[in-house]
Design a protein around this ligand. Structure first.
Ligand code: ADP
Length: 542
């Protein structure tokens, strides 16, 4: 017997209809590519998304076409997102920090028909245009701009298309399993691979990330996604913002600490999301300018492990609760987030901090397990100590990569994340490392993340990466690549001594190399592969 309830497909267009109807005058504040600010609201975003949906149809784009965006977090990008997915096309967000060859690969792999771009990325567009034959239209996300026309004569402008098209548009209804957006992994290991999300997976993921035990979002909030829309859909925040109808602050190109402090203070941001390197920049900028980040109640840290010193700084200096979250492109991205359980309330503040440092628990809709082999099926115990290969399963987790016929799962249907982790009795996940970043010393594994966290808790270290360097006797030994705080004269010996009472002696790194900068990936993570290429042989010298 079937239930008697209505069936409505879970569609992304429902989100923007809901936001416009119930939160129409709620503000969306957007920093434009030229640095100016536009203040709009959900009503206008919804109207413009319909105008742009009409424009796309006029340009000949149809259901299932891939429409690419190479753009900052701003209101035009947001409107275009809803127009594309809402019309049944696939919104393909592209990371502009990739090399032109990777961009060309991705655009051709996706066979994008239209590319939307912010003016910042004009040089990139010029570099790839001749090599992307499927692209029929390039649209600059701005008003008319002669400089852009001079560089790209057949370009179209978003504002003109909006002005020329009506806001009368019926969002089409279709199967909720229809593809909605496409995001490529960063390709740090081989060519990037596409994760193709569906309307259903996106809506279910959106419900899950709003939950109190996830990111705890509501109409009460002013949300600032620092994580870019090209980094796994800004972790789903543009959908969540519409679902809960919160005020949305889009930082545009201003991702440096000083610009973020100003955005937070000017627009009373209550919750902000980003990777650790972003928060490092924000903490130094806030210290420098004396801001108390008074309205910021909560920040979400994900993408890389949150160093304990960072969580402590937010708590002690800014009374800001840090939510540590873990996920990946293949998971839409949310896998876990760290919130306490009732039983943790009686713990001291420092004991609570200790709980909060792990990557947290999965929401309903994601299941986790640890196996004793990569792509294996034998689960290890959930005791908080036994580590192994982290695998996941759930409504918003990839089954196969875009254009690749084979399913990417284990024989019993789980996705192997490539991360090494343990799960404790309370269901909290603790990531040791990515499998490829672990250091294998004399047959024992050392976690690079643990060593980085210690280095970064040293008051005179601004950033640190720990890599495996080849060693003639032990195979691999840890080496720290670190940036000193401004004006510090801390020495290698100081740092090595600092490790002495914090970890077992055999885990203490062999060497510390001070550098002025550490290369970052397109999504702001430390690019350890490049560091390994550069410094992987330092222990073989002499
Ligand atoms: P990539 O880093 O390859 O660009 P993703 O952005 O999808 O791709 O990153 C996913 C990976 O990032 C995870 O598999 C994990 O290794 C790492 N990661 C994400 N969040 C965390 C976290 N909170 N702690 C540690 N590692 C994390």
């Amino acid at each position: 017997m079937q239930g008697n309830m209505m069936f409505q497909p879970l569609l992304i267009s429902n989100l923007i209809v809901h936001a416009a109807r119930y939160h129409g005058d709620t503000a969306i504040i957007s920093k434009n590519t030229d640095g100016t600010i536009t203040t709009t609201n959900w009503t206008h975003v919804a109207e413009n998304s319909k105008r742009f949906a009409n424009a796309l149809a006029d340009l000949g784009a149809v259901h299932a076409d891939r429409i690419a965006t190479i753009a900052w977090n701003n209101h035009r990008h947001l409107e275009a997102w809803y127009a594309i997915s809402g019309s049944g096309m696939v919104c393909h967000t592209i990371n502009p920090r990739l090399f032109p060859e990777q961009l060309i690969f991705i655009i051709n792999d996706a066979q994008d028909k239209v590319v939307l771009f912010d003016k910042t990325f004009l040089p990139l567009i010029r570099a790839v245009k001749a090599h992307t034959p499927t692209v029929e239209h390039f649209i600059c996300l701005s008003a008319f701009d002669q400089e852009v026309v001079d560089a790209l004569p057949d370009v179209k402008f978003y504002d003109a298309l909006i002005a020329d098209h009506s806001a009368q548009f019926e969002w089409p209804s279709f199967d909720e399993n229809t593809a909605s957006s496409l995001c490529y992994t960063s390709g740090t290991t081989g060519n990037p691979k596409g994760a193709l999300y569906s309307h259903r997976s996106t809506i279910l993921h959106t419900y899950a990330i709003c939950l109190p035990d996830s990111l705890n979002l509501s109409a009460n909030h002013v949300m600032l996604p620092v994580v870019p829309m090209f980094h796994v859909n800004a972790w789903g925040t543009p959908y969540a913002a519409a679902m809960v109808g919160c005020t949305f602050v889009l930082p545009g190109p201003g991702l440096d600490g000083a610009s973020l402090v100003q955005m937070i203070d000017d627009y009373d941001v209550t919750v902000a999301l980003g990777v650790p390197t972003i928060w490092q920049g924000l903490l130094s900028a806030a210290k420098q300018c004396g801001s108390k980040l008074a309205t910021l109640k909560r920040n979400v840290v994900g993408g890389s492990a949150c160093p304990p010193a960072m969580m402590k700084a937010f708590r002690d200096l800014y009374d800001c609760e840090t939510i540590h979250a873990w996920g990946m492109t293949e998971m839409s991205p949310l896998g876990t987030s760290n919130q306490l359980k009732a039983k943790h309330h009686k713990l001291s503040a420092d004991e609570q901090l200790n709980v909060r440092l792990s990557q947290g628990r999965p929401p309903f809709g994601v299941d986790l397990r640890i196996t004793d082999e990569e792509n294996g099926t034998h689960e290890v115990v959930r005791d908080g100590h036994s580590t192994g290969n982290l695998q996941v399963k759930g409504h918003w987790i990839i089954e196969s990569y875009y254009g690749k016929p084979n399913n990417a799962l284990t024989t019993d249907g789980w996705f192997d994340t490539g991360d090494i982790a343990s799960i404790n009795e309370d269901g909290y996940l603790l990531l040791s490392d990515r499998a490829k970043d672990l250091i294998k010393s004399g047959g024992e594994w050392i976690s690079s993340v643990e060593l980085e966290n210690i280095a970064m808790s040293h008051p005179e270290i601004a950033m640190a990466a720990v890599i495996a360097a080849t060693h003639p006797k032990w195979d691999e030994r840890p080496v720290v690549i670190a940036i000193k705080q401004q004006g510090s004269d801390v020495t290698e010996e100081d740092i090595l001594n600092y490790y002495a009472d914090k970890i077992a002696k055999w885990q203490i790194p062999d060497k510390v190399i001070f550098v002025d900068s550490i290369p970052l990936t397109g999504t702001g993570k430390m690019l350890k592969k490049d560091l390994r290429d550069q410094y992987g042989s330092v222990l073989l010298e002499n």
